[in-house]
Write a protein that binds this ligand. Structure first.
Ligand code: NDP
Length: 507
């Protein structure tokens, strides 16, 4: 064997991302292939393991937010369709699913998880086409995590008696589940996996802008040969979601979405014996102390707010910086913002894709304008945006005060509001000064300070020296107007079970 000495390497212009002349290299386009994916021209409702048109037949069009071109037509469910779906789900619970052993339910869940893995490229492409999120995120985050949720809850299906000892856990019946458009497949997995593991059947309503991966999932349900009626998927506007919530045979309601709709659902469920979990909005504080490793924090801040175009309930949309490091941190942040690639979600190099809808883009624009009008200082990198589609530049506001709307309201877009603080007490006071309480982040080298901050933050999830980390084993949920109940982990399972010991909540 001949060993050749490796040449000594020095940073060259190209290894710094510069051409020999000093101008930055541009990335070559790296489009993800779509030829392995079939999107049907029209999708019917998925009830009892069959696709069928709504009654009366009515459809609406789903578009690609990055091009504004139509992708497919989907069924617009009627009140009668909701009733049909719930009735079939109830019958499936009574006659088959609740009678299966946990071990057999687990086999189905494992089968779904494996099919999701096998068909992951297909799911990632459809998710990005329909939602506008970058393909590298749907490929590396949404789809693998969705499969992980099914694997995780498959593991619990035959161990419910160990999870809740001496409580005789029993399934509830039909779960009515309503999910949003920011993580369409992942939210589906968060809802369906624990429900099925616990022995319930489901009727799920995806958001109207992003139903395609739910219908692709329906295909997986057929492929996995689930008994008919265990998983039903219906599409239609918000009122159809409310019909589902109000249906007397729905025993458990799970909702993820805006706080406004969450409150309406809470009112509709009040006074009934339905179980309810609400995962609503957020305005997370990401707090950087002066001893934090700044470069690492920059990556956490970027991931915290520009991941998924900031359309994340737990996005780190309020950045609190200790005054002594404010200047260097903002300089670094602006430089990093300039390197984000905004554009075609189907390009593997894209960091920030399209906003999900024209309506959401208008909301982001309106709130950003309010920030300017109220006197905050705006910074946006000088990047070119595609001429079609719903795109918005990554945005940074400095000079923000607590009373500004951009510090109070959930923007749900790639917009970061920066505030400052001097002491840990001031950071806690300001961070907790919000109606929300979903998540938070703390950046410091001091372990004791992390514990102090975590204990004081009124947030369901607090990340330390990282941000936006998700794991199916870990419960996720909010305080205050961010909702109640937990999804993920054993807590997420409890929400789908009657653990009263007397079966009072089951039907
Ligand atoms: P919504 O809360 O309206 O939508 C979420 C889901 O609820 C969708 O499936 C929607 O259906 C359904 N829905 C809407 N109205 C009703 C109703 N009256 N009864 C039952 N279900 C209903 O969110 P938006 O899409 O309007 O987004 C508005 C804002 O909400 C965003 O800007 C963001 O701030 C926040 N949001 C927070 C999310 C989170 O993860 N916490 C997720 C999405 C939004 P349809 O799509 O057919 O309207």
């Amino acid at each position: 064997m001949t060993l050749t000495k490796k040449p000594e390497t020095r940073p060259t212009a190209s290894s710094w991302g510069l051409s020999a002349g000093g101008a930055p290299w541009d990335y070559a386009p790296a489009p993800e292939a779509t030829d392995h994916v079939t999107i049907e021209p029209e999708y019917g409702l998925f009830i009892g393991n069959r696709f069928a048109p709504s009654k009366p037949r009515k459809t609406f069009t789903v578009i690609n937010p990055a091009t504004e071109e139509p992708l497919a037509k989907v069924a617009h469910a009627s009140k009668a369709d909701v009733h049909r779906a719930v009735t079939i789900a109830r019958e499936a619970h009574r006659s088959s699913w609740s009678k299966l052993s946990g071990r057999d339910r687990a086999k189905y869940l494992y089968r779904i998880a494996r099919i999701l893995q096998e068909r992951s490229r297909e799911f990632a492409v459809v998710e990005s086409l329909n939602s506008g999120k970058p393909i590298k995120e749907s490929r590396d985050v949404d789809v693998p995590l969705a499969a992980a949720h099914f694997f995780y809850y498959a593991g619990w299906a035959d161990k419910l008696d160990y999870a809740f000892p001496n409580r005789q856990p029993r399934s509830l019946g039909v779960a009515g589940q309503i999910i949003p458009w920011n993580f369409p497949l992942l939210m589906l997995a968060w809802k369906i996996a624990p429900a099925l593991a616990a022995g319930n059947t489901v009727v799920l309503k995806p958001a109207s802008t992003t139903p395609l991966t739910a219908y692709l999932f329906a295909d997986v349900v057929q492929q996995a040969d689930l008994p008919p009626g265990v998983v039903n998927i219906i599409t239609g506007p918000g009122e159809i979601g409310m019909e589902l919530v109000r249906h007397p045979d729905v025993r458990k309601v799970a909702f993820t979405g805006s706080t406004a709709v969450g409150k309406m659902i809470a009112r509709a469920v009040a006074g009934t014996d339905k179980k309810l979990t609400l995962e609503l909005g957020g305005k997370a504080a990401n707090i950087v102390f002066d001893d934090a490793p700044l470069d690492q924090a920059i990556e956490g801040i970027i991931n915290g707010i520009y991941f998924n175009q900031g359309e994340v309930c737990c996005a780190g949309s309020r950045l609190f910086v200790q005054e002594s490091v404010h200047e260097p941190l903002i300089d670094k942040l602006k430089a990093r913002l300039g390197t984000l690639r905004v554009g075609d979600p189907m390009d593997k190099n894209t960091d920030v894709g399209a906003i999900n809808s024209a309506g959401q883009l208008a909301k982001v624009e309106e709130l950003v304008q309010s920030g300017i009008d109220e006197g905050a200082e705006i910074f946006q990198p000088d990047c070119e945006l595609p001429t079609k589609g719903f795109f918005f530049r990554p945005t940074l506001f400095t000079g923000v005060s607590q009373s500004h709307r951009i510090a109070q309201e959930e923007i749900f877009g790639p917009v970061l509001s920066v505030l400052t603080f001097r002491t840990p007490e001031e950071a806690i006071e300001k961070a907790n000064n919000t109606p929300y309480g979903l998540s938070a982040g703390v950046w410091t080298e001091k372990g004791s300070r992390i514990f102090k901050m975590v204990a004081a933050m009124k947030a369901g999830v607090v990340w330390a020296n990282t941000f936006n980390r998700f794991d199916p084993t870990s419960p996720f949920g909010g305080y205050k107007e961010s909702g109640h109940g937990r999804e993920g982990g054993i807590h997420g399972l409890a929400a789908y079970l009657d653990v009263s010991g007397d079966g009072a909540n089951t039907r």
